[in-house]
Ligand binder design. Structure first.
Ligand code: SR1
Ligand code: MG
Length: 405
């Protein structure tokens, strides 16, 4: 939609948000006074309004960035530019995988607002998985998403001038700093953002004292800081994915930036691995537990296979870089990416267990001793992946380690 809404930043509420959507002519004018508005944001950072016309049942979502991190409060200021990054990333992703992202109807960088498709017929993947649901389309969709968004934003495809323009466009220092701190730094030191029960103190101190582990984390962090390889979603955990049986939508790319190619899939795999651990508590019936856990492992394998196959096809069919014709270059790129997937996944598992931002998969385990047991497992597996990333040569090894954790 091309209508321009006059805007000066102010946080919206359930009344003022109507003024943003009215000029878009999305809803019938005659129903403008009857629209039902609900603030449904349950994430860490933003306001999210669901607006519905009760007669036609047409609905849309208005997402607005707040000038601070909602999870902590006004003491943690945060750039509004993340709303621009998010709508730019959605439009970039829609260029190659339009069926895997929500449609954007309107965006306004002054008001830090993105108006987009309502996905109420989908559920957040994390919630579905905790409930023991499985999604057969998921692996193919996430592998396709990650391969396309990576390839079409990379130097293998873009002219160097365009690539560097894009790196500028997606410069996202404040949101990257959150990841640098919360994923790669704080959990590995005695920092006050960390959050874990006293019973884990010994396990956490073991991590803080493990110099081999810290050396590997330092390298992964340096790679995140410096390697502008591809446009990443930047926060591809299972809370950033909406699903239903035959549809997957990747949402929330406000952390998008140019970074190392393995980062997104690492976060996806780490969150599936955490859910795999948590199913030992959530799925009470053994046959069901086995089938959910086997679905999670198959999803990891099929996602990686789809990613590599799709990336290879694009590489051979669409690349203009002469080195893409040299034998072994692609294999070496994918192997480096794969090993970083393993290392980054380890960092994500550890930070989701003892850092500031946890996952409901583990935190919602009802029995405290069982929750602690699986949190210890998450720390052990995360540490193993980080320290042994270079020993991993196939996705089967990752599946085996998750299964055996
Ligand atoms: C202060 S933001 C905490 C976490 O929420 C986001 O989804 C990112 O994962 C970030 O690390
Ligand atoms: Mg998010």
């Amino acid at each position: 939609m091309s209508v321009k809404v006059k805007s000066v930043y102010e946080p919206l509420n359930e009344l003022t948000v109507i003024d943003v959507v009215k000029p878009l002519n999305f809803f019938d004018e005659s129903t403008a006074n009857d629209l039902i508005v609900k603030e449904i944001g349950d994430g860490n950072l933003n306001l999210v309004f669901h607006i519905e016309d009760p007669l036609s049942k047409k609905a849309l979502i208005v997402k607005q960035a707040l000038p601070y991190a909602k999870v902590v409060g006004e003491s943690w200021p945060l750039t509004l530019d993340r709303a621009r990054i998010e709508s730019d990333a959605l439009s970039q992703e829609a260029g190659s995988v339009p069926h895997l992202v929500p449609k954007v109807y309107y965006s306004d960088s002054q008001l830090a607002v993105t108006v987009m498709e309502d996905l109420s017929d989908h559920v957040i993947l994390r919630k579905g998985l905790i409930e023991g649901k499985t999604y057969q389309q998921l692996a193919e969709d996430i592998g396709t998403f990650a391969a396309n968004t990576a390839f079409y934003s990379s130097d293998f495809y873009l002219h160097p001038f365009d690539k560097k323009e894009q790196v500028k466009q997606f410069s996202n220092p404040e949101l990257c700093k959150i990841t640098e701190d919360l994923v790669f730094t704080d959990p590995f030191f005695n920092h006050d953002t960390n959050d874990f029960p006293d019973e884990l103190q010994k396990d956490v101190e073991k991590i803080w004292a493990d110099q081999d582990l810290l050396r590997e984390v330092a390298q992964l962090r340096f790679s995140f800081l410096t390697r502008a390889e591809v446009l990443l979603h930047g926060d591809l955990h299972t809370g950033s994915i909406f699903v239903k049986e035959d549809s997957t939508k990747v949402i929330d790319p406000e952390f998008a930036f140019y970074g190392p190619a393995g980062f997104d899939l690492a976060h996806f795999f780490a969150n599936l691995a955490l859910n795999h651990l948590s199913q030992n508590a959530h799925a009470k019936e053994p046959f069901h537990r086995e089938s959910v856990q086997s679905f999670l492992l198959q999803t990891i394998e099929k996602t990686w296979e789809t990613y590599t196959e799709t990336f290879k096809e694009l590489w051979h069919g669409k690349s203009s870089d002469p080195f893409t014709k040299i034998e072994g270059v692609l294999e070496s790129f994918l192997q480096n990416t794969f090993q970083e997937v393993i290392g980054f996944a380890g960092c994500e598992m550890i930070r989701r267990t003892i850092g500031l931002a946890h996952v409901a998969d583990l935190d919602s385990i009802e029995q405290k001793d069982i929750e602690l047991f699986y949190k210890k497992k998450a720390l052990e597996l995360g540490s193993y992946l980080i320290k042994n990333q270079r020993k991993f040569t196939s996705i089967t090894q990752l599946k085996d380690w998750i299964r055996g954790a």
